[in-house]
Design a protein around this ligand. Structure first.
Ligand code: GDP
Ligand code: MN
Length: 417
């Protein structure tokens, strides 16, 4: 009897030994995961500035702001569509200037048509050559060869040299253009964009009032193949400059389930930092951006950009400005300085967000809003103003990236304030 018990215990011994040996690792992994948990606040800390139509206050003071659209001459028709849409849904009341940027001289037809669509408030500028080219320390032949290889590998847009210049330009050069220096705020537009709700208040004024730095509509996954080394470079910079992690930064990370010290061996893999943790690839989609350009002009951001630029990753890979801006915002701005414009109906390519209309908040008798109808049904919980689409059919990766990046609204101080 005793012997049988002893035998049974002896048979279990390896299991217990294994468990005892594994326990510290399991414990360590759980603590590691917990460190990256971002608690969801009990109350919404980043609500829309308004949740129904407002009588547009056209006499109110404006912010020092400008719309910016980078475009090619051949995108005339698609550019016009965007401008018609923003005029109808916002700018006919608020009348901000619209700056068009091109790396080539403008076709006079583009200028004439778009200026008419912008009701005379178009500004047409050509980007100086030195701001739209390879950096002079980069070997152009090998950069061009790499671009060709990326194209052959089928990475979206990565075979086009112009696209790489564009991403680098929007990541680091654009805020320093002489023609933009006098403005503080900008709202980025692209050809082929639809706005589908009336925006009856001034987002720039509200951003300034609420001390926001960066506003977005859509958050989604980056194309992994375009930027395998971006996150590693970013976290190296973050660490070398001693930048503390905010909750927004933690929300960008998918903590590794491999225990210390073994997870360090994962660090050579794409999208991982020195410690083996990964970036989720979630980012703010930068074709819509309302932002304080002083953030990008800050020493910290410029230092970050220059560090990235020196690695050559804008050409050896195809680092996008959306990912670069988003990682910078997550590192350098506090989560409370970021605003999700959930009340703005927005579509570009196949992605859109379209809120439902706020019940009882559509100002049916307003003469200023007379051109903005008909609107789709009002739905309980809706926050939109005269939106022309069904708020139940939004396509915005609501469940993953938006949730992830929206949740860390816990106030903590960013470097940029
Ligand atoms: P996607 O939205 O990332 O698929 O790329 P787009 O083709 O929409 O390009 C993003 C923005 O950069 C748009 O505003 C384009 O008009 C602009 N763009 C891209 N490449 C060039 C280029 O070579 N020259 C100019 N002037 N604009 C470009
Ligand atoms: Mn686009």
């Amino acid at each position: 009897m005793l012997l049988r018990r002893f035998n049974r215990a002896a048979r279990r011994l390896p299991f217990f030994l294994l468990l005892t040996a594994a326990a510290p690792f399991i414990f360590e992994v759980l603590i590691h995961q917990w460190r990256y948990q971002v608690p969801r606040p009990a109350t919404k800390l980043d609500p829309p500035f308004f949740t129904s139509c407002q009588e547009p206050d056209v006499t109110a003071e404006r912010e020092n702001a400008v719309f910016v659209m980078l475009a090619r001459n051949r995108e005339r028709y698609r550019a016009k569509k965007t401008i018609e849409s923003i005029e109808t849904h916002f700018n006919k009341w608020f009348e901000y200037p619209i700056m068009f940027l091109n790396d080539e001289p403008w076709d006079p037809r583009f200028v004439a048509e778009l200026n008419e669509t912008a009701r005379g408030r178009g500004i047409f500028e050509v980007i100086p050559k030195e701001q739209w080219t390879f950096p002079d320390w980069l070997d152009q032949d090998s950069a061009k060869q790499s671009i060709e290889e990326q194209g052959k590998a089928g990475t979206v847009h990565a075979g086009q040299e112009g696209y790489h210049h564009m991403c680098r330009f929007y990541s680091g050069k654009f805020y320093q253009l002489d023609v933009l220096k006098k403005y503080k705020w900008y709202w980025r537009l692209e050809p082929d964009v639809d706005f589908s709700c009336a925006i009856t208040y001034d987002p720039f004024v509200q951003m300034a009032k609420h001390k926001k730095v960066y506003g977005y509509t859509i958050a989604l996954w980056e194309v992994g193949k375009s930027c395998p080394g971006l996150f590693h470079a970013t976290s190296d910079w973050k660490e070398s400059r001693g930048v503390p992690s905010s909750s927004l930064w933690s929300a960008m990370i998918e903590a590794s389930w491999v225990p210390f010290p073994f997870r360090r061996f994962l660090s050579w893999m794409p999208h991982r930092d020195n410690y083996g943790d990964a970036w989720s690839l979630c980012h703010f989609w930068s074709n819509f951006e309302i932002a304080d350009m002083d953030f990008f002009r800050s020493q910290a951001y410029q230092d970050y950009f220059n560090y990235l630029d020196k690695t050559g990753g804008f050409y050896k890979e195809r680092w996008g400005d959306a990912a670069v801006h988003s990682l910078a915002i997550a590192m350098l701005a506090g989560p409370q300085q970021v605003h999700h414009f959930e009340d703005i109906g927005y579509r570009h390519a196949k992605f859109h967000q379209c809120p439902a209309n706020a019940p009882g908040g559509q100002l049916p008798g307003s003469s200023s809003l007379a051109g903005n109808d008909p609107w789709s049904p009002e739905i309980a919980g809706g926050v939109g103003c005269r939106c022309e689409c069904n708020g139940e059919e939004t396509y915005n990766y609501q469940t993953y990236c938006l949730d992830k990046l929206k949740q860390p609204n816990t106030p903590n101080t960013g470097w940029f304030s």
